[in-house]
Design a protein around this ligand. Structure first.
Ligand SMILES: O=C(O)C1=C[C@@H](OP(=O)(O)O)[C@@H](O)[C@H](O)C1
Ligand SMILES: C=C(OP(=O)(O)O)C(=O)O
Length: 424
């Protein structure tokens, strides 16, 4: 039985602390970056430790439709490309993969012909207007009439006056817009300067991994004052690249270890990870004595993990810096407050974009039956499973939605000793 055919997963608190070795799958963020820049490189690149999930399949299939050969064998992806993306014969469907949608929107500016990028009903509500605006200012013929996908790009560029193409991008809603422009830039026939306008970048650590992947594939990027980069028109060089395990996926394992007093070996030290969510480890380690306020701005995907843990914390926790969470796979601030309150009314309160969780260690051991609605959001499913470590009655609806980034989540949790009952 495939997880995506299940209607629910019932969770029973484990009789013993969770123990064992589970290495989380490869990083989604790094896999989709490496896939794209490998496709923009002439030759063959081999990525080891790669993720195979809905999000990476959408990226790989889109690249295949544009003439790139992508072969997946276990956790190794082999990409062979001419370095140029060809116009696909049909619209590209990218599901709810934010990285694929944003990164390809910029990269398709170089396609000779028309590309239509579309996604599922959730993706059609996720904003892309700031990126469309920046590309339009660069002279790209691109449109997204609703401000969200579908996006239509008629490739072709005109030479910039002054020899350097200059673009300003507002990255406050999503850092992926900034990453998208940066990764496309080396494929331009002239130097490109990418400058961040607006307040700041939503989650700057993701731009750092973008720059690391670009440089590994031969890009010449010069950091200028402030949030500005000058990228030379070098193109990319095919290379072999090792992808580290996914830090956001690791947060569920770190949390499960801490909440049960167990011992889970994930095969990599948090300090050795370069992804922003690795910093959540230090916070998880403080459970059940989280600080009264946690700023989620620079570890956004770890917030569902921390918010569900906070239900058992020794005091209330206010989560701040969550504005971007409202435009992820679903409005995660709303989803977290609604589902925490489904477990126990009054557990969570929204104040503007802040989320306050009124934790109580005494909730552990109680019977609090709740069928958690997951909004097709993998992180809502994976994080609320953690509530089932300590209370009876937790049922996760649509558990197969974990396939977006962690298809083996239930298998791994089961292997560590979490009693799970799949419901068909
Ligand atoms: O660049 C990336 O790989 C990502 C950036 C973040 O999104 P935003 O930049 O939209 O905040 C993060 O939530 C997402 O899971 C992955
Ligand atoms: C926000 C996420 O994904 P996306 O890449 O679709 O933005 C996520 O994985 O939590």
């Amino acid at each position: 039985m495939q997880d995506n055919q299940l209607s629910a997963m019932d969770i029973t608190p484990p009789p013993q602390p969770l123990r064992g070795k589970v290495v989380p799958p490869g990083s989604k963020s790094i896999t989709n970056r490496a896939l794209l820049v490998a496709a923009l490189s002439k030759g063959t690149s081999r990525m080891t430790g790669a993720l195979t999930s809905d999000d990476t399949r959408h990226m790989a299939n889109a690249l295949r439709a544009m003439g790139v050969d992508v072969v997946a064998e276990g956790t190794t992806l082999t990409v062979t490309s001419s370095g140029v993306l060809r116009a696909p014969s049909e619209p590209l469907f990218l599901g709810n993969a934010g990285t694929a949608m944003r990164f390809l929107t910029a990269a398709c500016a170089f396609v000779d012909g028309t590309v239509v990028l579309n996604g599922d009903e959730h993706m059609q509500r996720r904003p892309i207007a700031p990126l469309v605006k920046a590309l339009t200012a660069l002279g790209v013929d691109v449109s997204a009439p609703t401000g969200c996908p579908p996006v239509t790009i008629n490739g072709g560029l005109s030479a910039p006056a002054g020899g350097v193409a200059e673009v300003k991008i507002d990255g406050s809603l999503s850092s992926q817009y900034v990453s998208a422009l940066l990764m496309a830039a080396p494929a331009a026939p002239w130097p490109v300067r990418v400058q961040v306008g607006g307040d700041a970048i939503g989650s700057q650590g993701y731009v750092d991994i973008t720059l690391a992947v670009m440089r590994a594939f031969g890009a010449e990027v010069q950091q200028e004052e402030g949030l500005s980069w000058l990228i030379q028109p070098t193109g990319y060089r095919a290379t072999d690249y090792a992808i580290e395990p996914d830090a956001s996926a690791a947060t569920y394992l770190w949390a499960a270890e801490k909440m049960t007093g167990g011992a889970i070996d994930i095969g990599v030290a948090p300090a050795a990870m370069n992804q922003p969510d690795a910093r959540a480890y230090d916070m998880i380690a403080q459970f059940p004595h989280f600080p009264a306020e946690i700023d989620g701005a620079q570890m956004q995907d770890a917030i569902p993990t921390l918010a569900v843990m906070a239900m058992f914390n020794a005091g209330p926790v206010r989560f701040t810096g969550l504005a971007n969470l409202r435009v992820k796979e679903t409005d995660r601030v709303r989803a977290l407050s609604t589902e925490l309150n489904r477990i126990l009314p009054g557990l969570a309160v929204e104040e503007r974009d802040d989320l306050i969780v009124h934790g109580d260690p005494a909730l552990a051991g109680r019977h609090l039956p709740a069928a958690i609605f997951t909004y097709s959001d993998h992180r809502i499913a994976m994080s609320f499973a953690l509530a089932g470590l300590k209370v009876t009655g937790i049922r996760i609806l649509d558990p197969g939605c974990v396939s977006k980034t962690y298809p083996e989540y239930w298998r791994d949790m089961g292997a560590l000793g979490l009693p799970l009952t799949p419901i068909t």
